[in-house]
Design a protein around this ligand. Structure first.
Ligand code: XMP
Length: 498
């Protein structure tokens, strides 16, 4: 059983996901019957056990919105000014499916030439024209392909060719998507601006978006106001208290105290302070890998723990600092302790397949936190570029890499006052994975298949099997690990899903 592997007195080895393999159980249910509902913190549940890492190449508002729509949650990274991070949180909270709440606006003085440049950069064709070219200003008109198609003089100002507001169909704020959709259909227009009583632009609904707008039955939402849930990372400096205040004012649902070694007096004080000042915010503490570290943070009031040290794909912490733990051992041991207190844990890092997530959940994690697995999707920050051999790539870097620390993330590694910045991570690239809206369903379906094979119909089932000693794992020798991967072929192509 799992217990025997991790509590054996004859060996002091640490194991990681690839060292283990789950033995199958009995199946008496369909794969679609498997529920992935789980706990992210004491109070927040998710229908998808996946959390995107607070890294500046992984999670800003687009990613957090997509993750929440797919039933997980995103953690906005903290390599941003306080104002910029709070703004990212606010964008997630203000998101409404189908409504564009921050459409790119243009001023009436812009020339057709400048508009063409903007169009080719952004890839869309219709823009609201507002007095100063910003959101929240008086709406003057709309400029779309129909207005520009036959204009030959590139120096023409938009004020001369736009469709003025008096000829537009607009609606007042507060309208729901269904009504907006009906108005778009009867008016046969492509865009519907939403304005305040006094004519200030607050949002835009686009026909093309409505057509794309699918249902998100798993979305992680506040049951009362239906807003998406979002988390944000913070540090442990005294100045981070200001950050927490700003995030609270933007209605953040959870904060994650970002530290590679969480059991510090700085973090203890931070947890206690947040729980006292902002009891409505869930606090995820960490990172930890031992029971003692976990106990200390739980006793300070942590609502969840983040587990993993030096095992991320971009990490060099174990090499540089000699500290850390093999991830399966860390997850199993911390989860065992935390479950006594009813505190969920996040298995953070080292996840490169749906199978790793199944193993993390089987070892007691509530959810998996992923960086590299989700990096390279279209919702991550950064632009795609092409490698010499024609591969479409995005950057992915550790928050302890020199690149990232130069932008401010050194607090995670207690580097604040040092003259020398010691890297604990690397900077690299990953291949394009398409949209989160295709990728997360692939991952969750893979997880469901794994749980079905084990014979667990829900995450709760899986974990009660773990606690009752009914989950069976075996260790894999190096040869067994080779056997469990693709082998013996001259060449092959790997397509992940269709
Ligand atoms: P994966 O394997 O999902 O790991 O790419 C993501 C997790 O790695 C942690 N992280 C780092 N750890 N040096 C480290 O030792 C770094 O530079 C670094 N950056 C991120 C973090 O916990 C993240 O969720």
């Amino acid at each position: 059983s799992v217990q025997q592997i991790f509590t054996s007195t004859t060996t002091k080895s640490g194991y990681t996901y690839d060292d283990l393999i789950c033995l199958p159980g009995h199946i008496n249910f369909g794969v679609h019957d498997v529920s992935l509902t789980t706990r992210f913190t004491r109070k927040i549940s998710l229908k998808t056990p996946i959390v995107s890492s607070p890294m500046d190449t992984v999670t800003e508002s687009d990613m957090a919105i997509a993750m929440a729509l797919e039933g997980g949650i995103g953690v906005i990274h903290t390599n941003l000014s306080i104002e910029a991070q709070a703004e990212q949180v606010a964008r997630v909270k203000k998101f409404k499916a189908g409504f564009i709440i921050d459409p790119v606006c243009v001023p009436p003085t812009m020339t057709l030439q400048e508009l063409e440049e903007l169009k080719s950069k952004l890839g869309f064709t219709g823009f609201p024209v507002t007095a100063g070219g910003k959101m929240g200003q008086p709406l003057l008109g709309l400029v779309t392909k129909r207005d520009t198609d036959f204009v030959t003089n590139r120096n023409t100002r938009l004020s001369e060719i736009m469709t003025p507001v008096k000829n537009l169909v607009t609606v007042k704020e507060g309208i729901d998507l269904l009504k907006a959709n009906n108005i778009l259909q009867t008016s046969k227009k492509g865009k519907l601006p939403i304005v305040t009583e006094s004519g200030l632009l607050v949002a835009l609904v686009a026909r093309t978006d409505i057509k794309k707008n699918v249902e998100f039955p798993n979305a992680t939402k506040d049951p009362l106001n239906k807003e998406l849930l979002v988390a944000a990372a913070i540090g442990t400096r005294p100045a981070d208290r200001e950050r927490v205040r700003a995030l609270a004012a933007a209605y953040v649902d959870a904060v994650i105290i970002d530290s590679s070694q969480g059991d510090s007096v700085f973090q203890h004080e931070m947890i206690k302070w947040i729980k006292k000042e902002f009891p409505q915010i869930e606090v995820v503490a960490g990172n930890v890998v031992t029971k003692q570290q976990a106990k200390n943070l739980i006793e300070c009031g942590a609502d969840a723990l983040r587990v993993g040290m030096g095992i991320g794909s971009i990490c060099t912490t174990q090499e540089v600092c000699a500290c850390g733990r093999a991830q399966a051992s860390a997850v199993y041991n911390v989860a065992k302790l935390a479950s006594v207190y009813g505190v969920p844990i996040l298995a953070d890092g080292g996840i490169s397949s749906p199978g790793h997530i199944v193993k993390a959940l089987s070892l007691g994690a509530g959810a998996a936190m992923c960086g590299s697995l989700l990096a390279g999707t279209s919702e991550t920050p950064g632009e795609y570029f092409y490698s010499e051999d024609g591969k479409r790539l995005k950057r992915y870097r550790g928050m302890g890499s020199i690149d990232a620390m130069k932008k401010g993330s050194d607090d995670r590694y207690f580097g604040t006052t040092s003259a020398i910045k010691v890297a604990q991570g690397v900077s690299g690239t990953v291949q394009d994975k398409g949209s989160i809206h295709r990728y997360i369903p692939y991952l969750t379906q893979g997880i469901r298949h794994g749980m079905q094979d084990i014979g667990a119909k829900s995450v709760e089932d899986l974990q009660s099997m773990l606690q009752r000693g009914q989950l069976r794992f075996e260790l894999r020798s190096a040869a067994a690990q080779r056997e469990g991967g693709v082998h013996g072929l001259h060449s092959f192509e790997r397509k992940l899903f269709d």
